[in-house]
Write a protein that binds this ligand. Structure first.
Ligand SMILES: NC(=O)C1=CN([C@@H]2O[C@H](COP(=O)(O)OP(=O)(O)OC[C@H]3O[C@@H](n4cnc5c(N)ncnc54)[C@H](OP(=O)(O)O)[C@@H]3O)[C@@H](O)[C@H]2O)C=CC1
Ligand SMILES: CC(C)(CO)C(=O)C(=O)O
Length: 290
């Protein structure tokens, strides 16, 4: 069984390492310094696992059985175009944000949606920190394949479950990210501050309210305010992924998180002013208004 990790950054390196440890044939598709490091020094894993792996790392996709897509959401279209040139049975996104599976479904027959709460950070090229064990939910988005991905992940010791409502789960995770990520990124605070600082909680509640209304119009009854509060408290010391991106001067996934709620709200003709403001503020920082 050959498994390809398309976008061997933090999350892809972690999942690839877990699969390698279980004995799978894993190919890492990477670029830049990460590609050079993987090719010359291999992959170092620290944190919840301490191990070094010699790896196969390439700059262009190759034929494989299964593909995990772990690029940032804004790179999905480009990655899909590269993957169109090779053969594989099914592709599974483990990304955050909404819309990745729709992009993949325009290119491929068997698309599996994924949501994971595992945590990984790149300390330096070729060195990933396994920061947190979580849960991974998978579901067929188009065609089939979820059970194949479930099987390999389970064999690799990953907590995984196949669900029937993967689209809902993807939107649910996006709700949490929509509330926590932009506020932490704009105010440069850890997740816990969102509930500790009344002014920030006031904004968080308003974003959550808009997300809840969008979800409700989609037929999903979700108490977004409560869910976001729970996660912010549980992860109070975390620096959100969006805050980390901003701190590193990198592009964020805001268009695929709050931007997705703004677009859905427009479709339904409802208000999403707070989400829209967060998109614009984060874009402003990305563009260098900082
Ligand atoms: N890290 C985590 O703990 C979690 C992350 N996620 C989600 O997973 C996704 C990936 O996150 P993360 O791993 O943190 O991000 P990273 O930026 O660390 O990893 C993405 C990697 O993909 C590379 N890449 C992008 N396009 C290509 C390409 N065409 N060919 C080869 N390499 C490519 C990037 O290179 P470059 O750096 O040059 O852009 C980067 O190394 C995101 O959607 C994120 O929200 C979800 C749950 C947890
Ligand atoms: C849940 C949360 C907010 C944890 O930090 C996250 O997923 C992120 O940072 O992107």
């Amino acid at each position: 069984m050959k498994i390809q990790i398309m976008g061997a950054g933090a999350l892809g390196s972690l999942f690839g390492a877990l699969l390698l440890k279980a004995g799978f044939d894993v190919v890492f598709v990477a670029r830049g310094e990460q590609l050079k490091a993987l090719q010359s020094r291999g992959l170092e894993v620290s944190g919840l696992m301490e191990e070094h792996f010699d790896v196969t790392a390439v700059s262009e996709p190759v034929d494989a059985d299964l593909v995990f897509l772990t690029v940032k959401a804004y790179d999905t279209e480009n990655a899909a175009r590269q993957l169109e040139k090779v053969r594989f049975r099914a592709i599974c996104s483990l990304q955050n944000g909404v819309g990745n599976e729709d992009i993949l479904a325009r290119h491929f027959d068997n698309v599996v949606g994924g949501v994971t709460t595992y945590g990984a950070n790149l300390r330096e090229p070729g060195h990933v920190i396994y920061a947190g064990e979580g849960m991974t939910l998978l579901g067929n988005f188009k065609g089939s394949g979820a059970e194949d991905f479930e099987l390999v992940l389970r064999e690799a010791g990953v907590n995984v479950e196949v669900v029937e409502d993967i689209e809902r789960r993807i939107w649910e995770k996006a709700c949490i990210n929509a509330v926590i990520n932009p506020i932490t990124a704009v105010c440069r605070v850890r997740n816990g501050k969102i509930v500790e600082v009344p002014e920030l909680w006031d904004v968080a509640r308003r974003i959550a309210g808009e997300c809840r209304e969008v979800m409700s119009r989609m037929g999903y009854d979700v108490d977004v305010e409560r869910a976001a509060k729970d996660v912010a408290v549980r992860t109070s010391m975390n620096r959100s992924s969006m805050l980390q991106d901003i701190e590193k001067g990198r592009r964020t996934e805001i268009e695929f998180i709050n931007g997705a709620f703004v677009r859905k709200a427009r479709e339904f003709g409802i208000d999403a002013t707070y989400n829209e403001i967060m998109v614009k503020l984060v874009r402003g920082i990305e563009l260098g208004v900082d």
